[in-house]
Design a protein around this ligand. Sequence first.
Ligand code: GDP
Ligand code: ZN
Length: 349
Amino acid sequence: MAKKKKLTKGQQRRVSSNRKKRLSGNKEQAQVQWQADQLGAQEDGLIISRYGQHADVEDSNGEIFRCNIRRTAGSLVTGDKVVWRRGNEVLSGISGVIEAVHERVSELTRPDFYDGVKVVAANINQIFIVSSVVPAFSTQIVDRYLVASEDVEIKPIIVLNKIDLLDDEGRELLDEMLEPYRDIDYQVIMLSSKSGEGVDELNTLLKDNVNIFVGQSGVGKSSLINALMPEAELITGDISDTSGLGMHTTTTAKLLHFKDGGDLIDSPGVREFGLWHLDPERIAWCFVEFREFLGGCKFRDCKHLDDPGCILAQAVEDEKIDSERFDNYHRILESLDNNKPNRHPGGAN
Ligand code: GDP
Ligand code: ZN
């Protein structure tokens, strides 16, 4: 496993040279075909990223190969575990063919203006909701991301970054604001990517998991990723290169390995995701502490506002549900009415 963590210089060169070939050889690549006797035995691989008709597959030694995707393989995204076969030679930059996809443990989806809900990554098992004290901590935003995480049924963990900017009093205040989340069993970690405080705790949580970082711009996601993955800078720089690969690659989710173990799937489209495809009932269900009460209101179509016999409102009254969470639930519903689907500049892949 240790071998897997880093791309060697040679591997990086190979990936980059494969990309260059791809630029010149797109048409040829689509036609690359090996005869059955030119392909090796089936082996397991991990999808590092997907580019249209091709995907980069990592083998068990951590080496990356650009492959064609057999039509019968089914849909395929970053994070998928696949069965592939390597060719006995590299043809137009293509090293092999992906034949099948293993069953997924999770699917990260995002609403897409044209295609409905789209799967953007597979097998993620932890979503780190990054928030910070600058810009001001907002439970509203945290709750939106919690709803999105519950909807895809992937475990969320709340990260409060930039705590180096707080004095003792500020920390206490923040701790109080986070209490309702701990009460409903969400894990909360406070840290500073700048001072390094709390980063070890984060590292421990990342290990052995496939993770994503989500959150508003400016909260420090990139800083955290750079702190945990010094070599990522090089790779990110490569991805955002606009010399022709641009549009295609920046929107493609990419899987990277943390230096101390664990994986990260990242792309602009992964870092933010919308809620407008969810209906109000689903959103209520995504507030975990509401679940035990759902279905118990006097009226079946209860809006949980000032409807008589609302069991949720009663639970708030009885302090079984945090009133701010309840307000945030209503704010999310309002935002669904106001926000018509719009295309994301960086993420409409
Ligand atoms: P992103 O948009 O979420 O990727 O945020 P960035 O990583 O680009 O960080 C936004 C700003 O916050 C930058 O100016 C960082 O230097 C700053 N920043 C990030 N982490 C910390 C931290 O732990 N403490 C402080 N004081 N500033 C931080
Ligand atoms: Zn109700």
